[in-house]
Design a protein around this ligand. Structure first.
Ligand code: ARG
Length: 587
């Protein structure tokens, strides 16, 4: 199904051509003034400028031809030469019918699709997932759903922080606590115990303690550095202990992500890039991309026109250790070998934008990324009502698990206040509250353009009015129950029809979906989906207020409205699904 605005652009383009002007001036868009027209074309002005002609004359020439087309109810010129267009109800009806029963709601499937890697979550071993990981997880998950729906092959990777100094800090801290364990005995040759000596809860206590100790005490820091180097060069006991850290952490993170309904494809870590670092560095040196500088090996990345200083990227420190930047470079090699992606999107806090700028420059300079477009999909912070990053009362980061639980409690309270689901079994009520809580958090996050900071306010997020996840869920559930009742009464769905103002409005919204998805995708902007879902829900409310559906006596009219209801529900379900929001069967 061609998109309506594209369809109209072709039509208007042909009219421009007949008027002696290039067809590409005929681009049609949604009207800025829905009170005046449904669509507009501003091309006559640009065409006139290029041809040094009178825009109104061109517009008149074009509109004269368009007026002959029976699909238009109104063709008008406004101001200096804007062309305003309004379709007949029949034309809108015909258009809706082209995708009324389409499983993809009229959205074409991209073929061939691209291969896209989404680097998201970015959690580190031994640090529990907290509110800071929420945005990467939710935005990255929405993007993976969006690209998959479009037809791409997506690999999402948590890119676990499992390498580097923190690991040495943890190893030395465990050694102080439990020195008798075999991991620390250089003479011991295995096998090592199968069960982990520590849980994730232990790690969360041990890590801050170790990190503080290393800050206060240079000896401790040196020990941690040494342990890190030994781990990285493969000391068996350290490797075995570190595997335990990895396994227990992954298990916990998996559970946390699953409770958000997020399921990454890859559980790779920074450590997976490690074997590639040494050959990469040698290769860069051989090709002259990396050069020696004060005992280190660096890739100069400054470019003409740089507004700020761009120090070279260090691929090998003078002590031989690898840095975050080096790991990210080697990870690109790993990914290119693995799936040769068309794009790699890094859904990471905007405070890391310099880091990615540096890595991308070095990668391009060394031609490591193959055909892949590299992009940092940056996002802002989640703040508390004080405008500072959201913290618990005692000043700690809020754990993700607690956050989800709080949202679900708040949702339960809202359900009680509104008398929603009051008569259901406690199991069903709990399931609804959980779904509403998640919808509240996800929608509140995604509805802000990603680089905007926002204030975490569960009371506001869980409201059933306004632009919230729960409101949209509730509207979708209402349509579901309406359709269910119609079915129970034996009311058949009939071909969709547009006859009234509110139906017209809905038809125009429904026809926008392909444009909406394309825009959300190209700007990596889930908020475009949120706005659209809200537009649909509000349009539906007006329609529902204006028309009686169940009490409509004429079967064709009733069936046509039921068809419209179903189309709205299908699109709402699709769009909320892309946002990672589920719709309960009833509420
Ligand atoms: N673990 C990192 C951090 O906590 C985020 C990783 C982001 N992804 C990447 N490829 N660098 O800051």
């Amino acid at each position: 199904m061609p998109q309506l605005t594209q369809d109209l652009s072709v039509l208007v383009g042909a009219a421009f051509l007949e008027a002696g002007v290039e067809a590409n001036y005929g681009v049609v868009q949604r009207s800025d003034r829905p009170d005046l027209a449904q669509f507009q074309c501003n091309g006559a002005l640009a065409a006139a400028k290029a041809a040094k002609a009178n825009p109104r004359a061109i517009a008149e020439n074009v509109t004269a031809r368009l007026k002959e087309d029976p699909r238009f109810a109104k063709v008008e010129i406004a101001g200096p030469g804007f062309i305003n267009l309004t379709l007949t109800d029949q034309a809108l009806t015909d258009h809706l019918r082209t995708f009324a029963d389409d499983r993809r709601c009229g959205v074409p499937l991209r073929s061939p699709g691209q291969v896209v890697i989404i680097d998201f979550v970015g959690v580190n071993i031994a640090k529990a997932m907290h509110v800071g990981h929420l945005r990467s997880t939710i935005i990255g998950d929405c993007l993976q759903r969006l690209f998959r729906f479009a037809g791409d092959t997506v690999y999402s990777d948590v890119h676990f922080g499992d390498w580097g100094l923190q690991m040495g800090q943890l190893i030395t801290e465990v050694e102080r606590e439990l020195p008798q364990l075999p991991y620390f005995d250089p003479a011991y040759s295995g096998p090592y115990p199968e069960t982990s000596p520590v849980t994730t809860d232990d790690l969360e206590v041990l890590y801050p303690r170790a990190s503080a100790a290393c800050k206060a005490d240079a000896d401790r820091l040196n020990q941690a550095r040494q342990a890190t180097a030994d781990l990285q060069t493969g000391r068996p006991g350290y490797r075995a202990l570190w595997r335990h850290f990895q396994n227990v952490s992954i298990e916990t993170v998996k559970r946390e992500l699953a409770s958000l309904g997020v399921h990454p494809d890859w559980w790779k870590g920074e450590s997976d890039a490690d074997p590639l670092v040494e050959p990469m560095v040698n290769d860069l040196q051989m090709r002259g991309v990396a050069v020696e500088s004060e005992g280190a090996l660096v890739v100069p990345i400054d470019q003409e026109g740089d507004k700020k200083e761009m120090p070279p990227l260090i691929v090998r420190k003078s002590d031989g250790g690898a840095l975050y930047e080096t790991t990210d470079l080697a990870t690109i090699i790993d990914r290119v070998r693995e799936v040769d992606p068309d794009q790699i999107l890094y859904v990471v806090d905007q405070r890391q934008s310099d880091h990615f700028e540096r890595v991308f420059r070095a990668s391009r300079k060394a031609a490591l990324n193959g055909k892949a477009h590299l992009e940092h999909v940056a996002f802002g912070t989640v703040n508390g009502t004080d405008g500072k990053p959201y913290k618990t009362r005692s000043g700690d980061s809020v754990k993700l698990f607690d956050l989800i639980a709080q949202a679900q409690d708040e949702a339960r309270q809202r359900l009680d206040e509104q008398g929603i689901a009051g008569s259901y079994s406690s199991e069903e009520r709990d399931a609804i509250a959980n779904a509403v809580g998640l919808a509240a958090i996800k929608f509140a996050d995604l509805t802000n353009y990603r680089t905007t900071n926002y204030i975490f306010d569960l009371v506001r997020f869980t409201r059933f009015e306004g632009e919230t996840g729960p409101y949209l869920q509730y509207q979708a559930v209402r349509i579901k129950s309406l359709l269910r009742r119609a079915e129970e009464q034996g009311f058949a769905v009939a071909p969709v029809m547009v006859t009234s103002a509110s139906e017209r409005e809905l038809a125009l919204s429904l026809s926008r979906l392909p444009d909406v998805l394309a825009q959300a995708e190209s700007r990596r902007a889930p908020n475009v989906l949120c706005d659209f879902a809200f537009e649909l829900a509000q349009g539906f409310s007006r329609f529902y207020g204006e028309h009686h559906i169940m009490s409509e006596p004429v079967p064709e009219a009733r069936g046509a409205r039921l068809a419209l209801c179903r189309m709205v529900l299908d699109q709402l379900t699709l769009v909320l699904g892309l946002l990672g929001i589920t719709i309960p069967e009833r509420m």
